[in-house]
Design a protein around this ligand. Structure first.
Ligand SMILES: [Mg+2]
Length: 275
């Protein structure tokens, strides 16, 4: 893993600017700072600004564990392509497949409510219904070991057995047939006619993209981690601002960069935000 904000990393970003690239990002811990209360996560002003500038010029997407509806409320119309539920929710998935995933997730929730409601309430673990997947949150729980043991017991009894992805103080369970972030990114590259892509994420579900080890995708992890399949890392979430600025300003320096990249794809002047 190499640090992105070096001469070598900047060259990689410049290479992306030479072709038609998709710029895709995870949300929590990547575009938005991780916060104690899951519902309080939002884009900072500079990140919103640079993301909007990028989206005016090139195809951009957010691929998050949140539902599309939840993302829409936080991002608005800044980014045109929002993909939810770890890659399984969006216009790229077939209606019948979505329906099946939804039914599985709904049946799990019903059985959890019937059998474990009291224990969940006592432990402080919150089960979030994301329609196409479930998330067990324990960020605000004091007895974390007990919470994890309870979640493991519940998840172990779900049928069919889910795909489990561990996050930061959250355990996500997805129906086994649901598509993941890696398949979603590849599908969006195809749909948007992009030959290369950037993907930035910070968590276990993002490894589904990193582990593709697809040479067309520049993979960046927020936070260096042993064992991650990402090629590059950023030292901290706040460096996303600098990365976005480099992409937008780097693209603006080359008159050919944005042409054909986007329906609005012209060289647009940038008015810097008052940071
Ligand atoms: Mg994340």
């Amino acid at each position: 893993m190499d640090y992105l904000l070096t001469a070598k990393g900047k060259l990689e970003l410049e290479t992306l600017l030479k072709g038609r690239s998709l710029y895709a990002f995870d949300f929590d811990g990547t575009l938005a700072k991780i916060v104690r209360e899951h519902h309080a996560a939002k884009l900072s002003r500079p990140i919103r600004f640079w993301l909007e500038e990028l989206a005016k010029r090139a195809p951009t997407a957010i691929i998050s564990g949140r539902s599309v509806e939840d993302l829409r409320a936080r991002v608005g119309t800044v980014v045109p392509h929002l993909i939810g539920n770890h890659g399984s929710e969006g216009p790229h998935t077939r209606q019948e497949d979505m329906q099946q995933v939804r039914e599985t997730s709904g049946a799990w929730l019903q059985s959890i409510n019937e059998r474990f409601q009291d224990e969940l309430t006592r432990s402080g673990v919150v089960v979030e219904n994301k329609s196409y997947s479930l998330s067990f949150h324990y960020r605000t729980v004091d007895q974390r070991d007990e919470a994890r043991a309870l979640i493991a017991r519940i998840v172990g009894e779900l049928s069919p057995p889910p795909r489990i992805v561990l996050g930061k103080s959250v355990v996500n369970v997805m129906p086994p047939t649901a598509s993941h972030k890696g398949t979603a990114l590849l599908e969006y590259m195809r749909r948007l006619d992009c030959s290369t892509a950037l993907y930035v994420g910070d968590d276990e579900t993002d490894e589904d993209v990193f582990a593709l080890r697809d040479h067309r995708i520049l993979t960046v992890r927020v936070g260096k981690k042993n064992g991650s399949s990402a090629r590059y890392f950023l030292k901290k979430q706040a460096e996303i601002t600098e990365m976005l600025r480099l992409i937008v300003e780097g693209g603006n320096q080359n008159i050919h960069t944005w042409s054909g990249c986007h329906e609005h794809g012209a060289n647009l002047p940038v008015q810097r935000p008052n940071e």
